[in-house]
Design a binder for this molecule. Structure first.
Ligand SMILES: [Zn+2]
Length: 131
C-alpha cells in the first residue's frame, strides 16, 4: 500500500481505514472484543526503528503483545517510563514473558558503539549503552 504521493498523515489515515474495514470484514466483533480489555502474555521491549513492528514481524494480533519501544531497545535504571511499563505489565497484566529484542542494522546500537556527538538528548540516552 505504498502511497508516497500522499501526505504522511493522510497515508496513515487511509491505511487505518483499510485496516478497520478489513478487520471488521474478517471479524465483525474484533473491535468490540478489543475494547473489553487486554491480556497479553508478552511484554516486548524493542527498538523504535520503523522497520521492526513487533506485531507484524511476529505475526501477532492487536492485544497479543504489550509494547515499550525506544531507541536501541534499552532500559535504564532511572527510566520511569520503562519502569512503569514493566511494572504495569508484570503486576497488572501479569505477562508471562518479557522480551528485550534488538535487531540488525540498529542505528541506535551502532551509534552507541561509536563516540560521535549526537546532541545532548541522544548522547544522554545512549550514555548507559556506551559504557
Ligand atoms: Zn534499532
Amino acid at each position: 500500500m505504498p502511497t508516497t504521493h500522499l501526505d504522511p498523515i493522510d497515508h496513515l489515515l487511509a491505511g487505518n481505514r483499510v485496516y478497520a474495514a478489513r478487520t471488521s470484514s474478517r471479524n465483525p466483533n474484533a473491535f468490540t472484543d478489543l475494547a473489553k480489555g487486554q491480556s497479553p502474555e508478552i511484554l516486548w521491549i524493542g527498538c523504535a526503528d520503523s522497520r521492526i513492528p513487533e506485531t507484524t514481524v511476529c505475526h501477532c494480533k492487536p492485544g497479543d503483545i504489550f509494547v515499550h519501544r525506544n531507541i536501541a531497545n534499552t532500559v535504564h535504571a532511572d527510566d520511569i517510563n520503562a519502569a512503569s511499563v514493566v511494572e504495569y505489565a508484570v503486576t497488572f497484566l501479569k505477562v508471562r514473558k518479557v522480551v528485550v529484542c534488538g535487531h540488525t542494522k540498529c542505528g541506535g546500537a551502532n551509534a552507541a558503539l561509536g563516540d560521535a556527538d549526537l546532541g545532548v538528548t541522544l548522547n544522554t540516552w545512549l550514555h548507559p549503552v556506551r559504557e
